[in-house]
Each structure stands twice: as structure tokens, then as C-alpha cells.
Design a protein around this ligand. Structure first.
Ligand code: NAP
Length: 261
């Protein structure tokens, strides 16, 4: 298989909890393609895991960063400016909604839960883009992770669906703002994959099974599928692609209805 060459490219990956994280799948493909990586993780409790995962990446910058904290973001991008001077890519693989907001009906979402979900899962892409902008090289790219519930109702996904809609709209507006500097912004809309965040969604396993039974390819997708698409979108092969939401979902999104065979 032809390889994508990312050697000499410097990419920040935000949002790895463990080896099942989609952020890690993307990091893995970027590393194989020769990119230099830096990581940010939400809190001290994840440091040991990230250190273990990156043990064979010498001099890999690691930053603690809660994306709702402006000073954390300043420290990450200030640190990258010092260590690298410039940046060729950012992977934004972060989402959160309070559990209560995903238990019942969307109509009952509290103001606080709505604001938290939108802040962490959508606004963070905007603030990350703003902090990264001065470091971006010509042709740099950002990739974020979305889900089909941005467009259609997926029961229980509730406020996270609204956050993903805001995220996808932000991708388009950020693509417009940063396009003037030759920087591209895209979203990967992935089918369900078993990760910590996914397993916290009530009824996730039913969703996982339903997906497989509906998708034209008749199967679920893998972490590697997501890594491959994100690698492509960050690479020079996607030099003229920006503002897009690209599916990696075994075709699930093209289906209007499922009928028994
Ligand atoms: P994951 O491994 O749990 O990754 C989510 C990451 O977001 C975690 O590292 C989490 O850190 C981080 N995060 C949450 N709040 C944060 C904050 N305030 N500051 C910084 N980081 C924060 O799960 P994942 O499935 O790979 O999720 C990655 C992205 O893919 C998310 O945007 C998700 O919506 C999207 N996605 C997932 C699927 C799927 O089925 N898995 C499908 C489509 C899209 P903690 O572990 O510390 O909370």
C-alpha cells in the first residue's frame, strides 16, 4: 500500500485517554507516517498512561490541558512555540456531556449541562484554533471528530448531538477564517467505536449492533479506519479539502431506512 509521508511535520494530538481512544488511533497512523507528535491530556490522572503510550517517542512534548481553561491552552501553545516554533497539524478528539443530560429526554436538559457539553465539545475547537493560529505553517490542518447525531436524531445522544452540530458548523466557519492563511479545517464523522467516551453513552451497545445491521458494508468500523481518514485529511494529499465533514461509517449515513432481508 502506498504510504503517506508526514516526516518533518509536527502535529499536536488533544484527547487521548488510552490505547482505544480515537485520538490514539490517529496518533498511531501519524507516527507511522513519520510525523513528530505532541499530546495534551485533560488531567494529571492520565499522565502515566500517556507517558507509557509515548515511551518510544523520545522528546515527545506532553501537556496537561483542560480545554475549558484558558490558561491551560496558553501553556500548551506557548510550550509548543518554545519547543517547535511552528505547527503543521492539530487533532481535536475531545467531547464531554454530563451523564444526566444523556439519560432522559433532550427537552429536560438543564442550562448548565447544555453549556458544559457545548463548551467542552464544540467551543474548545474554536479556542484551540485561535491559540494555534500564530503557529500554523502554510498547508497546516486541523481535524476534529464528529458523529452522525449532528444531523439526525439518535436517541439518548441528546445534547451531544447539538454539540456536534455546533462543532460541524464551526468547522466550516474556521475553514473560512483560516483558509486565508492556507490552513485547512475538517471533521471526521465516525461510526460507533468502543472507547471510554462511547461506552458512557446509555444504550451504546444497542447502537453499535444496530449500526452494523444497517450499514451497507454490514459491519462496524475500527479505530484504524478513523486513523487512516484523519491521516489523509492532515496530509498534503488533502491539500484542497477544507470545511468538510467526511464520513468513515461503512456507509451508514446513506441509508434512509432498514428493511428485513
Ligand atoms: P475517549 O477516548 O474517551 O476520548 C475523549 C477525550 O476527551 C478523553 O481523552 C477525555 O479526557 C477528553 N476530554 C473530555 N473533557 C475534556 C476537557 N475538558 N479538556 C480536555 N480533554 C477533555 O473517547 P473517543 O471515542 O476516542 O472520543 C474522541 C472524539 O471522538 C470525541 O469527540 C467523540 O465524540 C468522537 N467520536 C467518537 C465516536 C465513538 O463511537 N467512539 C464516534 C464518533 C465521534 P478524560 O478521559 O480525562 O475525560
Amino acid at each position: 500500500m502506498a504510504q503517506i509521508d508526514m516526516s518533518g511535520k509536527r502535529v499536536l494530538v488533544m484527547g487521548v485517554t488510552n490505547r482505544f481512544s480515537l485520538g490514539w488511533a490517529i496518533a498511531d497512523r501519524l507516527r507511522e507516517s513519520g510525523a513528530d507528535l505532541a499530546f495534551s491530556y485533560q488531567g494529571e490522572r492520565l499522565r502515566e498512561t500517556i507517558e507509557k503510550l509515548t515511551a518510544d517517542m523520545p522528546a515527545c512534548p506532553l501537556f496537561e490541558c483542560d480545554v475549558t481553561m484558558e490558561e491551560d491552552l496558553q501553556a500548551v501553545f506557548g510550550g509548543l512555540k518554545e519547543k517547535w516554533g511552528s505547527l503543521d497539524g492539530v487533532v481535536h478528539s475531545i467531547a464531554f456531556a454530563p451523564r444526566d443530560a444523556m439519560m432522559g429526554r433532550y427537552i429536560d436538559t438543564s442550562r448548565d449541562d447544555w453549556a458544559t457539553a457545548l463548551d467542552v465539545s464544540a467551543y474548545s475547537l474554536v479556542s484551540v484554533a485561535r491559540h494555534a493560529e500564530p503557529l500554523f505553517s502554510q498547508g497546516a490542518g486541523m481535524v476534529t471528530l464528529s458523529y452522525y447525531a449532528a444531523e439526525k436524531v439518535v436517541p439518548k445522544y441528546n445534547v451531544m448531538g447539538i454539540a456536534k452540530s455546533a462543532l460541524e458548523a464551526s468547522v466550516r466557519y474556521l475553514a473560512y477564517d483560516l483558509g486565508k492563511k492556507g490552513v485547512r479545517v475538517n471533521a471526521v464523522s465516525a461510526g460507533p467505536v468502543k472507547t471510554v467516551a462511547a461506552r458512557s453513552i446509555p444504550g451504546f451497545m444497542s447502537m453499535y449492533k444496530e449500526f452494523r445491521e444497517t450499514a451497507p458494508l454490514g459491519r462496524n468500523i475500527s479505530q484504524e479506519d478513523v486513523g487512516n481518514l484523519a491521516l489523509f485529511l492532515l496530509s498534503p494529499l488533502a491539500a484542497s479539502i477544507t470545511g468538510e465533514v467526511v464520513y468513515v461509517d461503512a456507509g451508514f449515513n446513506v441509508m434512509g431506512m432498514k428493511l428485513p432481508d
